[in-house]
Design a protein around this ligand. Structure first.
Ligand code: PLP
Length: 410
């Protein structure tokens, strides 16, 4: 029987779903399970002491301001810092181009709020970041997908997808969640060129770009776009909305992200954000600014690169040792994840059941596919496991796959 509340929910709630991953994580988070399922940064690299000192300094020196309401755009010194930091990656902007959000996730939601009408099509990679799909479904989005391969979004399929009239393109060029794959330079150019030709804007989501463990940094789409249309002014007015976050470089509990966009888009997002939360937590913005000063953020990112890079190497070596030849996996140059592909007849959800008996977990890849497919794929996180857990967990995972294969043959 329906409860009285169910008659009152808005229609859009029918399109809301709990994240398939969050449901799954309930089973994978038991203490005796080695879990490669979550997407968590490693807590052992959280700069707890630096945060403690920064909190004290903020309260002592700026207590009244830090505890007060503030502007929707965000704390100006933090926006200026992001402007300087972005310039080092070739992103030429002014603070007018920057909005601080409550995590990148809020930016995704606000973009849905200002850009998506029910029935609008969004062009996404397949697989792609699940929580973006979740956020945009609530606004009535439909999805057109372009497949991924080892060089990222396969731009050979892009033109056909663009002909279906998407409102915007959602791209994750660096160490994509979930695959760990990076968009090649040639495809970055192609993506931008076709987007321009069809007049479709790009939302570039880049939470992991600074976490590169090898290879050369590739320019963001927003950088290529600004070179392409350089009008001589510092303010960016192009075709790309760029998102990033402090979640992977400082701490996800801060809930601090940012949007870089033309000022008119920032203005619309500000209006949308006022309805959501007035502004991002003032205190957290002050603390993040204070922690990041005097070169700390750069040093800390370097530490994270070393720690996660070692974990990635260990995991890849363990997979070489323990996984059968029938399994393929990606080689991520950065980020938090790698992506496994099982033989096409194998279902990763079934494999997970066997794995849970063996006390190891991953995330089956199917839910990341916006238009279906991917039953035989899996996302494996390497950032949040100790060296020993990686060795033992990958051995268990390998033996579960071998058991399944043997049963298939028998
Ligand atoms: C691709 C992508 N976008 C956005 C987010 C959200 O990050 P935040 O913690 O800044 O909300 C994540 C988090 O894992 C992510 O992987």
């Amino acid at each position: 029987m329906k409860t009285p509340w169910e008659y009152r929910y808005a229609q859009r709630t029918q399109r809301m779903e709990s994240s398939a991953i969050r449901e799954l994580l309930k089973y994978t988070e038991k203490p005796d399970i080695i879990s490669f399922a979550g997407g968590l940064p490693a807590p052992d690299v959280f700069p707890v002491e630096e945060f403690s000192a920064a909190c004290e300094r903020v309260l002592r020196e700026h207590g009244a301001m830090a505890l007060q309401y503030s502007t929707t755009e965000g704390y100006l010194p933090l926006r200026e810092m992001i402007t300087r930091h972005s310039a080092r990656y070739g992103i030429k902007i002014t603070p007018e181009n920057v909005l601080i959000t409550s995590g990148s996730q809020q930016a995704l939601d606000l973009l849905g709020k200002i850009l998506i009408d029910p029935g609008d099509r969004i062009l996404v990679e397949s697989p792609t970041y699940l929580a973006a799909l979740q956020a945009w479904k609530a606004y009535g989005a439909e999805f057109i997908s372009v497949p991924m391969d080892d060089d990222g979004m396969n731009t050979d399929y892009l033109e056909e997808a663009l002909r279906a009239g998407p409102k915007f393109i959602y791209a994750l060029p660096n160490f994509q969640n979930p695959t760990g794959v990076t968009l090649s330079m040639e495809r970055r150019r192609k993506l931008l060129e076709l987007a321009d030709q069809y007049g479709v804007p790009i939302v570039e989501d880049d939470p992991y770009g600074q976490l590169r463990y090898d290879g050369d940094h590739l320019p963001s789409i927003v950088v290529l776009d600004s070179q392409f249309r350089d009008d001589g002014t510092a303010c960016y007015r192009g075709n790309v909305i760029y998102l990033s976050t402090f979640s992977k470089t400082l701490a996800p509990g801060l809930r601090l992200g940012w949007v870089i966009a033309p000022p008119e888009v920032i203005g619309k997002l500000v209006q949308a954000k006022q309805g959501a939360d007035l502004h991002t937590a003032t205190f957290n913005q002050f603390v993040a600014y204070e922690v990041s000063r005097a070169g700390f953020l750069d040093r800390h990112i370097q530490l994270i690169r070393e720690v996660y890079g070692r974990r990635r190497d260990l995991m890849l070596a363990a997979m070489d040792r323990h996984f059968p030849a029938e399994v393929n996996w990606t080689y991520p140059q950065g980020g938090l994840f790698l992506w496994g592909t099982l033989p096409s007849y194998m279902d990763a959800k079934d494999l997970l059941k066997t794995c849970l008996d063996k006390k190891v977990a991953f995330v089956p890849g199917e839910p990341f596919h916006p238009t279906g497919g991917g039953k035989n794929t899996m996302r494996i996180n390497f950032s949040n496991a100790t060296h020993e857990e990686i060795q033992v967990g990958i051995e268990r995972l390998g033996s579960a796959i071998k058991e399944k294969l043997a049963r298939q043959v028998a």
